[in-house]
Ligand binder design. Structure first.
Ligand code: HEM
Length: 367
């Protein structure tokens, strides 16, 4: 299998330690130097192999002429399971679920930068970001990404890893809906990696087949310009400030060549939620780099392991968007506040709340 070695900084600190390092008087350059070291990772995980075999099975069934509907990539068993009526469901201990997810985040130090947090945040966002305010379709209600074709939309490449991870939690707490579980995991990941408290409430109901899958193309395309990004997020009901705040989620995680074609994190501490993304985009010199797949991305002239997507620099060069990038680069508290509000709104898009759900403000286990 392919092994890619990157000179990227793997966060070797505990979540708490990394957070306090950022808050200390160390300049970002010093911090960068202090945490840089070589690391390697495997590009094909067991989980993605599993997705591949699901596709193979689908093709086989189709070839046999028996596949009139859809086949599920992963975690198939849940689809046909009987869903108990609400009245007979057992009380769900969301606090316990939060804690179990928090424990799982750094159980595999060899995965990426040492945390599953970023890929869980991306799952929560991609499950929710399909919402269309006009037709009231999409969003985290239904957890439609469990089904093909949504599970294999190119934008969702790699998310089978996150879905399979959460399957383990679902086995332990089968009463929680997948929509609730995925969004709760996103909230947990942001908080555990040092981000703001994000109010969360249950209420998503899973659909049991692929009929409600959203069409491809509802999530943003990173090669496109700011008008495309606006169209995508306006369709969900967000304004410019909310769009920029949400994009600050790229403080976490990295791009993977085998998932999106892009490569690298947005700054050197990708397992720590902070406003470093905004500081990076607004203060560094970005140069174009050609990619193996024929595309291109921006990289920091002084540390070419760090990247920006084409769409992000188009956004930064837009006057309206830029003022919020600059605001959040200067004011982390304001970023945390706005991110929490926008992310909470994102994960609630299209959810049929009754209005009497308890709103949870989970306490980070690292606090
Ligand atoms: C401006 C629109 C956006 C575009 C074009 C975009 C694009 C991308 C791309 C291309 C990747 C790399 C995927 C991979 O190769 O693994 C990525 C990763 C990621 N995105 Fe976004 N994204 C956008 C908005 C958001 C939002 C709103 C959030 C959350 C609030 C978010 C959170 C993440 C996270 C956490 C990762 C890292 C995942 C990982 O490390 O596995 N993104 N995004």
């Amino acid at each position: 299998m392919n092994h890619i070695t990157s000179t990227l900084s793997k966060s070797v600190f505990s979540r708490v330690a990394s957070r306090s390092l950022l808050g200390s008087s160390l300049g970002s350059n010093m911090m960068r130097t202090s945490i840089m070291h070589h690391r390697g990772y495997t590009t094909t995980t067991g989980a993605s192999k599993k997705g591949g075999s699901g596709r193979f099975l689908f093709l086989t069934l189709a070839a046999l002429g028996g596949a009139g509907g859809y086949y599920y990539t992963s975690a198939q068993s849940i689809k046909t399971k009987h869903v108990p009526a609400l009245s007979t469901r057992k009380e769900i201990d969301y606090e316990a679920i939060y804690k179990d997810i928090a424990e799982m985040l750094d159980e595999n130090p060899d995965y990426d930068d040492g945390s599953y947090g970023p890929v869980l945040v991306r799952l929560a966002w991609h499950a929710s970001g399909t919402y269309d305010v006009e037709t009231k379709t999409g969003g985290s209600n239904g957890a439609t990404m469990r089904f093909e074709p949504e599970s294999i939309h190119a934008a969702n490449n790699g998310l089978v890893i996150a879905r399979d991870l959460l399957e383990k939690i679902h086995k332990k707490y089968p009463e929680i809906s997948y929509g609730d579980l995925w969004t709760l995991a996103g909230v947990c990941a942001v908080q555990e990696l040092g981000g703001p408290t994000i109010p969360w409430r249950p209420g998503r109901q899973d659909v049991l087949d692929a009929k409600s899958c959203t069409p491809d193309g509802r999530l943003p395309d990173a090669t496109k310009k700011e008008d495309h990004i606006r169209n995508i997020f306006y369709r969900m009901g967000f304004n410019d400030q909310e769009i920029v705040a949400l994009t600050g989620g790229h403080a976490l995680g990295r791009c993977h060549p085998e998932r999106s074609g892009f490569e690298g994190p947005w700054q050197e501490a990708p397992t720590m939620f902070s406003n470093e993304y905004f500081k990076a985009i607004s203060t560094r010199t970005w140069i174009k780099k050609s990619l193996a797949n024929g595309g291109w991305q921006w990289v920091d002239k002084n540390n070419t392991d760090v990247m920006m997507l084409p769409a992000e620099i188009y956004m930064y060069n837009d006057k309206e968007f830029k003022k919020y990038f600059d605001l959040y680069a200067k004011d982390e508290e304001k970023f945390f506040e706005d991110f929490a509000a926008a992310f909470s709104k994102l994960i609630e898009l299209g959810v049929p709340f009754k209005g009497n759900e308890k709103v949870y403000r989970f306490k980070a286990t690292t606090a």
